[in-house]
Ligand binder design. Sequence first.
Ligand code: SF4
Length: 366
Amino acid sequence: MPAFGNEFETPALPYTDAVKAKTDHLYARVAKFIPEFEWRLHAPYIAAINDLKKEKNAVILAHNYMTPEIFNCVGDFAGDSLQLAKEAAKTDADIIVQAGVHFMAETSKILCPDKTVLIPDPKAGCSLASSITGADVRLLKQKYPGAPVVTYVNTTADVKAETDICCTSSNAVEVVEHAAKEFNSDTVILIPDQYLAKNVAAMTDVKIVTWAGSCEVHERFTADDIRELRAGNPGVIVLAHPECPPDVLAEADFAGSTSGMSNFVREKQPDNVVLITECSMSDNVAVENPDVNFVRPCNLCPHMKRISLPKILASLQTLEHKVEIDPDVIERARKPIDRMLALPLTRQSMYDHRRAPEVAAVETRG
Ligand code: SF4
């Protein structure tokens, strides 16, 4: 892959002795994935970004799907979207730069309304987040009165503002069961990812109504892909994300969130593993697990890949693009997140398909 694809907005910065002195220790972390000629393009941006972070009291939140030079070399906190936002809320930084997509930056702003939150490319969207609006959720509530709305964190602030409680792929089963009990309802509206909803439905007696949203990265994997992988790599351990269709999870050895997958690899140290998720995840987990071999079929998220080192540097220099949300929306969107964080959830959701992954309804607009 070229160093920045077509993402150069500024002339390349020079690789000098001073840059080398500031970045050699970081190259040691990623040398396995980034050839030296490519590193010479990245290193000047990394040095400039790390200097500017100190000068402006800024932190960078790096999602698991960021490329290795961002994730390992300029990120201050790494993880999934919610882990990142929680870390952001604890820092005394004045500025948060979200190396991720727009809904993640909104979540950071919701949890840190007094800080300046920047997204280096405001066009970094998400097929799940854009599949549903706050107005859609209001119509769903009219159609299923009394059923609580559980919303995946991969949604906009407007959608969260219409929500009873948020969930992540790590805790979705537990949150759905909690919401059914708390609202005394046999039905829960779990939106917007129809595949996550079906995977949850296989694990609970609660009736699930969902939305026809999907992640354009995970929906492309098929059960045939997994069977072919196993045939070509005997003994490989397959870990799949619960945004994949249920027949993909049924072929996997383990299904869990990005943090669930990282923990699995760290704890079990399999000889050969494949992560059925976005491409950069394997590179980033491999840095911490040098003895594990990663088989690497994967799908790229075009939205995540909009974030590049030159754009992060430009964002810090110009303080563009600020994430702004109406204070009333912030207040309403924060409640379902706080509600989720307050739950005594003690385990990660595990997914398997001993039962059929059937939902009561998949709703669409109109
Ligand atoms: S990987 Fe999927 S869920 Fe994540 S940002 Fe990309 S499209 Fe959205």
